[in-house]
Design a protein around this ligand. Structure first.
Ligand code: PEP
Length: 271
């Protein structure tokens, strides 16, 4: 199969690495240098497949300096942002700060934020709007837990998260959006949703966006799958029509594994 068969790569694939609370500011720089060298050695074409990392906040200044100084094609983003722009919000990070550090993206509503920090869809919607106020592209994370999946309510559950997350956006904002479908039961567990599961949900999300905005807008939004993605599973998921990239946690901390995921096009005909 070639990458152009269904035309989906009009949407530039995005391979995103969520470092979570791993790699301090020194380790992060070393890691990113190695990743950039590995991708360069492999002749990776960044114009075909975009690569973004999501380091801890304390790494971002170093990452920015490295990316700028060495003219790397990798982009980066924050793992979260405050719904507010400034003020008495101890411990929070403004989208304005992320923007000034050169971030392109910001994760919003990762399941670990929803669960550990009890972030609601309403707060996440405020964060999505805060991201746009500061010219950041939100990567809105949605997905169901195991009980919801077992009850067969996963599509409706996830679409409700999408509806609430994107409320109040205009069409131009919606078209720029990235949505990551991450079934909670597959995150960090080694359980990967099958390519059919990823496609089913991504197609449903795209159709919902078409209804909420218009078909053209729905067709522009990039949809990622996330949940225990490894080099061995990436290509089969990424060949699905409505899956435009992957959000990778654990495997993004291993340079050769992550670089191999970035180079998924090499494996499209072989796995
Ligand atoms: C994630 O953190 O978004 C994620 C998908 O993690 P993992 O790949 O480790 O399941």
């Amino acid at each position: 199969m070639t990458t152009s068969t269904n035309g989906k790569f009009d949407r530039r694939p995005l391979i995103a690495g969520n470092w979570k609370m791993n790699l301090d500011h020194v380790q992060g720089i070393t890691f990113l240098q190695k990743l950039a060298w590995t991708l360069d050695d492999a002749g990776h074409d960044h114009s075909r497949v975009e690569v973004s990392v999501f380091p801890p906040f304390t790494d971002l200044r170093g990452v920015q300096t490295l990316v700028k100084g060495d003219d790397l094609s990798v982009v980066f983003g924050g793992q979260d942002l405050s719904p507010k722009d400034s003020g008495a919000y101890t411990g929070d990070i403004s989208g304005q700060f992320l923007s000034r550090l050169g971030c392109t993206y910001v994760l919003v509503g990762h399941s670990e934020r929803r669960t550990i920090h009890q972030e609601t869809d309403e707060v996440l919607n405020e964060k999505v709007h805060a991201a746009y106020r500061h010219s950041l592209v939100p990567v809105l994370c949605v997905g169901e837990g195991l009980e919801v999946r077992q009850a067969g309510a996963h599509v409706e559950h996830t679409l409700e998260q999408v509806r609430r997350g994107v409320a109040g956006l205009d069409r131009a904002q919606a078209a720029d959006l990235v949505i990551a479908y991450e079934p909670v039961w597959a995150i960090g567990t080694g359980e990967v949703a099958g390519p059919d599961d990823a496609q089913e949900m991504c197609a449903a999300i795209r159709a919902e966006l078409g209804t909420l905005f218009d078909t053209e807008t729905g067709a522009k939004v990039r949809l990622l799958y996330g949940g225990s993605v490894k080099a061995a599973s990436a290509a089969s998921i990424l060949r699905e029509r409505d899956v435009d990239g992957v959000l990778v946690g654990g495997a993004s901390l291993d340079v050769s594994e992550f670089a191999s995921i970035v180079r998924f096009e090499q494996h499209l005909g072989t796995d």
